[in-house]
Design a protein around this ligand. Structure first.
Ligand code: PLP
Length: 394
């Protein structure tokens, strides 16, 4: 058992009490219902976005986003960064689209417009931006470029809840965005994810893809947009049962009332947790040796997911010593990034059509970077003490 774990249990007694209270009444509803809707509304308000759709994981949300991209733009190439998670890429190949990998920068672990532009051609239909490890990757220029070139912009914010660009939360700039509430992220619903958008049509698609592709979206029958969509399909397809009309090839990735109750309880502490994690990151960066480790991160708008460490000068021996120091001090770590480093190296891709050119920064991070857990209850002395050991002993 590590003393400093990657993930700490963040479900409090208060959270558990909320769950107990919820199930203690008669005739309780467990499947998706009014609590899911309440959590979606609370999330939309927190993020400042028009619509949110609660699903059973961040990965399911990735599938929904790429499915919507395909509905709107057909098939083609999607530019996707090498650092992120497998579910940024797997829906692209599974849906018959082509992933085109783009490199990242050491400053943000994320990609940028200058790296994206040379990869755009007449077949490009979309760009996925992953805000990796809590770093913001959005710029006005990137958003404008995607609009001007008719590229569907997906923002994966699963590691970056509350990160901002010009004081606006990320996840509100692209056509659609997603968040993960898996155990260990900024807040948890045990398993869970959210698809967010300001666009009414994308919202309807997200709800249909979440629930079998059915036009019968609104279990509460209180959403005007949803009811309109149902009516539209009833008129267009009078020979079909309106309760079983499937407009898109959807999934069943709904979430449940208990997870939403937990989300409603956890969201109250989200801003506090984000502030603590950012403070921890600042202490971490300030305390690391600038001669041995890369510290020029772009921290503006950061909402840290985990504390990153990049060894300078391709020094493999130092990297090995760093791993030893962490193990000796019972600090759990992962090499690369949360997604295992450079995704373009993964074997599942061998059977699919993809493009990966030179990816020097991704390869460097894959080999010389690691991260450790960042918890809201970490103490300043604890972080400084570990940095001292890393600086002096590696
Ligand atoms: C960038 C990114 N996207 C998507 C996911 C998938 O989220 P989940 O674990 O909720 O499926 C993760 C997982 O942590 C992630 O880091």
């Amino acid at each position: 058992m590590f003393k400093w774990q990657l993930i700490n249990d963040s479900i409090t007694q208060e959270d558990k009490q909320q769950l107990i209270d919820y199930i203690s009444v008669d005739n309780v509803r467990f499947t998706q219902g009014s609590k899911v809707k309440e959590f979606e509304n609370a999330w939309s308000e927190w993020l400042d976005v028009k619509h949110s759709v609660f699903v059973n994981s961040g990965a399911s949300a990735n599938y929904i986003m790429v499915s919507i991209l395909k509905e709107l733009k057909g098939t083609g190439e999607v530019i996707v960064p090498t650092l992120g998670w497998v579910s940024d890429v797997s829906p692209i190949v599974n849906l018959g689209l082509k992933p085109v990998f783009v490199d990242v920068s050491l400053e943000t672990f994320s990609t940028d417009l200058e790296k994206i532009k040379p990869l755009v051609n007449k077949n490009t239909i979309g760009v996925t931006l992953v805000h990796c490890l809590g770093f913001n990757a959005i710029t006005d220029k990137l958003v404008d470029y995607c609009k001007e070139n008719d590229l569907f912009l997906i923002e994966d914010c699963c590691e970056s809840h509350g990160a901002t660009y010009n004081s606006q939360k990320i996840g509100t700039f692209g056509d659609v965005s997603n968040f993960s509430f898996y155990f260990g992220h900024h807040m948890t619903t045990i398993e869970g994810g959210m698809v967010c958008t300001n666009d009414d049509e994308i919202f309807q698609y997200a709800k249909m893809f979440r629930s079998h592709g059915m036009t019968r979206l609104d279990y509460l029958q209180d959403d005007e947009l949803g009811m309109k969509l149902q009516k539209k399909y009833e008129t267009l397809y009078p020979d079909l049962n309106p309760l079983f009309t499937f407009a898109v090839p959807g999934y069943n990735v709904r979430n449940q009332e208990l997870n939403a109750v937990l989300g409603l309880s956890q969201i109250k502490r989200l801003d506090y947790n984000i502030d603590r994690r950012v403070e921890n990151l600042n202490i971490w960066i300030d305390s690391l040796s600038k001669e041995k480790f890369f510290v020029d991160f772009t921290i503006e708008g950061n909402s840290n997911f985990a504390l990153p460490l990049i060894v300078l000068n391709s020094d493999k021996n130092r990297f090995i010593r760093v791993c030893d120091i962490l193990e000796d001090n019972q600090v759990e770590y992962r090499i690369g990034t949360a997604g295992g480093g450079n995704q373009a190296k993964q074997p599942y891709l061998e059977k699919y059509d993809y493009y990966a050119g030179d990816l020097p920064n991704s390869d460097y991070i894959h080999e010389f970077a690691l991260y450790i857990g960042n918890h809201s209850e970490l103490k300043e002395e604890q972080i400084k003490e570990l940095c001292k050991k890393l600086n002096e002993e590696s």
